[in-house]
Write a protein that binds this ligand. Structure first.
Ligand code: SAM
Length: 336
């Protein structure tokens, strides 16, 4: 236990920073060199989130996260965590991403269990280096579709193949889901949903949509278009959307990268056609997983402030919030 009484590991855990040998093999090094030299920040964000899952491995079991993240992003996040520990920071870098992943994992399993028919689909929009199809046994009866830019999907395939080639234990790269299909598409384009259907997605089947770390990279109209397409599918099948939303203040953290925001996704989503919407904030009972217990952490302070408050009264900083939202709908509830 840490000095702040949370389930964070003690200092010795963070000091054990040892990269897997495989990361230094020519095959994997070459893959990551292309990422660093040729990818823009949008695509590289896939490696940053994988680095958080890798360094928070005491909370998340994602055995390939290190290989998929690559040395640069692992070292960079590790240095931030080290400084946070040295400075006795109340918020340790990467904790938001760790809690976010665990929230999506938990809500995904609950949503699949809520479906009457066990045959279901999962669509990961902006899948990046997500390994849910490999690591979650609750997907064993689900067809999984990963949508991302072609080069991101290809890079992930190449890295996993390199890992497979060098491993004697082929079980480790086995897909747990019933099937896994990669769909190369840009969700800003009009044809992404058509591409998804052409890849085998069936709109009449119960579906969970995971939009983890993608909406705020889109413009307002692009994000609304994506959400509308998902909301429309509620008319055909039981549909569950799991997504994280930045509030307006959060987008000011990097206004050239973050665009779409919603301060009230719990009002926005019903207006699009979802019938049930539940919103959680980081640190809420269903969104801390023992990693955000410190009552004086920023997350817990923000939760105590009404959501209408834009500026933190303690220090005048903007209230940057990340909302974790579950929305659902089904044919019997749709009026049109
Ligand atoms: C922050 S990463 C999150 C990846 C993954 N969901 C996770 O949580 O680890 C954002 C991902 O969205 C993808 N992405 C961003 N804009 C996209 C677009 N317009 N079309 C398809 N994928 C996109 C990026 O390539 C990247 O893989």
């Amino acid at each position: 236990m840490s000095s702040q009484g949370t389930c964070l590991p003690d200092d010795s855990m963070w000091q054990e920073f040892k990269l897997p040998e495989l990361l230094f093999s020519d095959a994997i090094k070459q893959q990551h060199a292309t990422i660093e030299n040729e990818w823009d920040s949008l695509r590289r964000s896939a490696c940053q989130t994988a680095a958080a899952r890798a360094l928070w491995k005491h909370a998340i079991h994602d055995p390939f996260a290190e290989l998929l993240a690559g040395e640069t992003y692992l070292r960079s996040l590790y240095e931030k965590i080290k400084n946070d520990r040295l400075n006795n920071a109340r918020e340790i870098s990467g904790v938001i991403l760790a809690v976010r992943t665990l929230w999506f994992d938990t809500k995904l399993e609950a949503a699949l269990n809520s479906f009457k028919s066990k045959e279901s689909q999962l669509v990961l929009l902006g899948a990046g280096m997500d390994m849910r199809a490999y690591r979650l046994s609750c997907l064993r009866e689900s067809d999984v579709f990963e949508i991302d830019f072609p080069e991101v999907l290809q890079k992930k395939t190449n890295i996993l193949q390199a890992a497979l080639d060098s491993s004697k234990d082929h079980q480790t790269t086995k897909v747990m889901a019933k099937s896994l299909t990669k769909v190369a598409a840009d969700v800003r384009d009009d044809d992404w949903f058509k591409k998804l259907q052409m890849a085998g997605f069936v709109p009449q089947k119960n579906t969970v949509w995971i939009l983890e770390g993608i909406l705020y990279y889109l413009s307002h109209s692009q994000a609304m278009q994506v959400l509308k397409i998902i909301a429309d599918s509620c008319a055909l099948a039981h549909t569950v959307l799991l997504a994280d939303f930045m509030n307006e203040s959060s987008t000011t953290l990097s206004s050239s990268i973050f665009h779409f925001y919603s301060d009230w996704p719990d009002q926005l989503l019903p207006s699009l056609g979802f019938t049930h919407v539940a919103l959680s904030q980081l640190g809420d009972p269903d969104a801390h997983f023992g990693l955000m217990n410190d009552p004086l952490s920023l997350f817990n302070k923000l939760r105590r402030l009404p959501r209408t408050v834009q500026t933190n009264p303690d220090d005048g900083t903007p209230c940057c919030r990340l909302y974790l939202v579950q929305a659902s709908g089904s044919p019997k509830h749709t009026t049109s």
